[in-house]
Design a protein around this ligand. Structure first.
Ligand code: LLP
Length: 385
């Protein structure tokens, strides 16, 4: 029996919970991105933090995309799985000396530098190695992404990036740092952004900053606008692929790219979210006073997004066609926040049914933990299962 795109007959014999990735949807998504950038000076660096499963990375790197990494280990993981070191951007407010050395040893594309102390650290480590580190200044643009506060990054109250008011100091400092070379500027305003006008505001801010750099006679070869494009968690089947044409067109229209400049994007979620589902089995049904609980064998240890950000994930019962009923769908972990959905309509559910928690390909498997001594959920792929 196959429900939609799920090979249920195969699922029967696999220990739950597990991640299931639809590799053809991943390819369709990658092709959709490629179609938008192919004839433009645009480069996409896949944000590894969304999913570092080696199989997924190998598929993405085959398309020639670069990588956006936030740790030394992510840099190594990206290279191991086919990404070119000279297409790796490295962001993060707390890069350690060891991580900076990994990046220098691999001659990465660019350090996205987030503070003046970091600039000094990179300069001195590069000097010791007799290298010149290529850097982009990550500037905090103070643009509201209108998303959950935990994934908003571009406001002055956030820890990310260099404040605009410190730019004169940075520009004064740069000529004295002989082992770094300024290549560009970098921004990232937040994640799961569905109101595209936030990106327009970012473009306008970048245009203003470009004028500032020009007036200081500084040439920027690369503009990096970060990631953040959201996906449709409510209706993953209606919108399995994000609106890439609208997204890229917005930058073409509003960002005043200078001749010879290239534009870089760091998309994570929009690349991998919809191709992944967390598959789980119903352990018990429990009647509460006002609630009916469906207790499943997946928990916040496998997918923490609902517990951490009150995030919504669509859930379906793959094994029932029964008349729908309203349930709270919860995991087995000893935390009240271990709840996947409240007052959610599912087809009539019973012990042993198999549920798919959809749109779990981004920030799912990669944020798992072993809290309560739980096993890691394994991963399976549509073309090899
Ligand atoms: N570039 C930088 C500098 C970032 O910090 C991020 C995400 C990205 C790119 C990729 O953003 P995306 O295209 O995936 O939105 N765990 C949270 C999301 C955290 C995002 C952190 N930064 C969640 O599950 O919603």
């Amino acid at each position: 029996m196959t429900q939609g795109k799920f090979p249920l007959d195969k699922f029967d014999s696999i220990e739950t919970p597990f991640y299931y990735y639809d590799i053809s949807l991943l390819h369709e998504t990658l092709e959709a991105i490629q179609a938008e950038i192919i004839d433009k000076p645009y480069h996409v660096h896949y944000a590894l933090k969304a999913n570092t499963n080696p199989r997924i990375l190998k598929e993405i790197s085959k398309y020639g995309f670069g990588a956006d990494c936030v740790s030394g280990n992510e840099i190594l993981r990206a290279i191991e799985n086919g990404f070119e070191p000279n297409q790796i951007a490295f962001a993060g407010v707390g890069k350690t000396d060891r991580e900076i050395e990994i990046a220098l040893d691999n001659d990465i594309f660019s350090f996205n530098v987030e503070s003046i102390p970091e600039l000094h650290a990179i300069n001195s480590l590069a000097q010791t190695k007799g290298k010149k580190a290529k850097i982009a200044l990550r500037i905090n643009p103070n643009v509201d992404a209108h998303t959950h506060s935990y994934i908003t990054t571009g406001l002055t109250e956030n820890k990310f990036g260099i404040e605009e008011k410190h730019l004169p100091d940075v520009l004064k400092l740069l000529p004295t740092l002989t082992s770094v070379e300024l290549m560009g500027i970098h921004f990232h305003i937040g994640s799961q952004i569905t109101d595209l006008s936030s990106f327009k505001n970012l473009c306008l801010k970048i245009n203003e900053l470009q004028n500032y750099f020009e007036s200081n006679k500084m040439w920027l070869e690369h503009i990096n606008v970060g990631g953040g494009l959201g996906v449709d968690y409510k209706e993953p089947d209606t919108n399995p692929i994000a609106d890439f044409p609208a997204y890229f067109k917005l930058f073409t229209k509003h960002l005043e790219l200078r001749k010879g400049q290239s534009l870089h994007f760091e998309l994570g979620r929009a690349v991998v979210a919809q191709c992944g589902s967390l598959i789980s089995r119903v352990t018990y049904l429990k009647e509460g006073i006002k609630k009916n609980f469906v207790i499943i064998d997946a928990g916040m240890t496998d997918l923490i997004r609902p517990a951490l950000y009150q995030a919504f994930h669509h859930i379906e019962n793959l094994t029932s066609k029964g008349k729908s009923s309203v349930y709270d769908i919860v995991g087995p972990i000893c935390e009240t926040s271990d709840t996947f959905a409240k007052d959610f309509e599912l087809n009539k559910t019973q012990r042993g049914d198999i549920l798919a928690i959809r749109s779990a390909g981004a920030y799912g498997e990669v944020m798992a933990s072993r809290y309560n001594c739980r096993d890691w959920a394994k991963s399976y792929f549509s073309d090899t299962i």
